[in-house]
Design a protein around this ligand. Structure first.
Ligand SMILES: [Zn+2]
Length: 401
């Protein structure tokens, strides 16, 4: 059976101007045509769905979430949620994420391998969720602050231990590895500018991932940590707050993507007063909005590809609000809405290596798409409250809770 989604303004993820009066033809799970209605010969018996007045975009791809954090004000409170309940809560959050048009997520660090269980359950069809790529635990040197997220870090020091830790995540089913190249903001004691893993350790991690054709994502705020991660051969730099010229040069040379996760700090300040957000988090993030905005602008100007990642799960950064990241990029003047949509779809797909299957609305791709009420050429605000329908692999997602 072929379904024709007809009459919408189509934004295909390739960066082209939105196409009026389009048709998206879907056979089973795959797109068989995408373009102008007038240039398509509809097969007899095709089922037509009228989408006039709506906009259709590719399913969004969030390259950085933490599925088993819940947006609690003080993330250390997550440690008190009983783990079986936490797994079910994670499933609930993944359903909400999908209902908001995020059809693929890359989960950048999870507690005690809850991620693998939830991913298996989605794949078994037990509940609706996005396509999940996940890292297992985050590889980190022994460092102050790690216990703030109990069970999320696999601490290992020196090349031999690090190799073992990397292999453990891969054995458990990791789709990529997540590694700490510098300290963090979101825990007490972490120093974001400080180098953590050295080049020798990072190289071992990249080596283990690459053996399986997999990639490495490096958490890196400080300039030297970014350089180390780039030299070691990671594929994405997460955050990139203090990126310098050398970092930019290396990222360009090695085709490394930046996943800035700008919105995490926004939520902390928006909610700081009423709050419960711990003091250290507010203090450490103070003044960072400007620094981070400038870094992102510099990176974009230099030609670095920026991929969508929300850090969903951190304080008040609740699952389902992921697209706030893209909305902010537009508001901050980093990108136009169309450019931000490319970063949230095609470029995100490239960053995690799935561009042959998803990320654009082209013939042959899986039919992941989102129907939005309203115009997306001047603002992306409708991505939060005006999602009308979501399709993953050609199937309409139930919007019921
Ligand atoms: Zn994160």
């Amino acid at each position: 059976m072929i379904n024709l989604y007809k009459g919408a303004v189509l934004i295909d993820g390739l960066g082209r101007e939105p196409l009026e009066d389009s048709v998206l033809a879907v056979e089973n799970d795959t797109i068989v045509f995408s373009g102008k209605s007038s240039s398509y010969d509809a097969p007899a018996g095709a089922n037509t769905i009228n989408l006039s007045g709506k906009t259709v975009i590719p399913g969004l791809i969030d390259c950085h979430i933490h599925m088993d954090l819940h947006g609690m004000a003080d993330t250390s409170d997550e440690n008190h949620v009983e783990e079986k309940l936490r797994s079910i809560r994670t499933a609930y959050n993944m359903k909400k994420t999908l209902q908001q048009g995020i059809t693929t997520v890359r989960n950048a660090g999870s507690v005690n391998h809850i991620d693998f269980a939830v991913k298996s359950a989605v794949e078994a069809g037990w509940f609706a969720g996005p396509r999940i790529f996940t890292s297992g635990q985050i590889l980190s040197m022994t460092a102050q602050g790690n216990d703030y997220f109990k069970g999320m870090y696999r601490e290992a020091d020196g090349p031999d231990e690090v190799r073992k830790a990397a292999r453990e995540q891969l054995k458990a089913g990791a789709d990529f590895l997540k590694v700490m190249a510098t300290g963090a903001y979101m825990n007490p004691g972490g120093v974001p500018g400080a180098v953590q893993y050295g080049l020798d350790e990072l190289e071992v991690i990249v080596d283990e991932a690459n053996k399986l054709g997999l990639r490495v994502a490096a958490h890196a705020h400080g300039a030297q940590g970014i350089v180390n991660a780039a030299l070691a051969g990671v594929k994405t730099i997460e955050h990139g707050s203090f990126i310098d010229e050398r970092g930019i040069e290396l990222m360009l040379e090695k085709n490394i993507y930046l996943v800035p996760t700008f919105v995490a700090g926004y939520h902390i300040f928006k909610n700081a007063k009423e709050s419960g957000v711990p003091d250290f988090m507010i203090k450490k993030n103070r003044g960072m909005r400007k620094v981070r905005a400038e870094s992102i602008k510099r990176a974009i100007k230099a030609g670095i590809k920026v991929a969508f990642g929300s850090d969903a799960g951190t304080s008040y950064n609740c699952h389902g609000l992921n697209a706030m990241e893209l909305i902010l990029w537009v508001k901050e003047g980093f990108m136009t809405p169309l450019q931000a949509l490319c970063s949230g779809t095609r470029i995100a797909a490239e960053a995690i290596g799935i561009e042959d299957r998803v990320g654009t609305l082209e013939k042959g791709k899986l039919a992941d798409f989102v129907v939005v009420e309203g115009d997306l050429t001047t603002t992306l605000d409708p991505l939060i409250d005006r999602i009308k329908a979501v399709y993953k692999e050609g199937k309409e997602v139930s919007m019921l809770n």
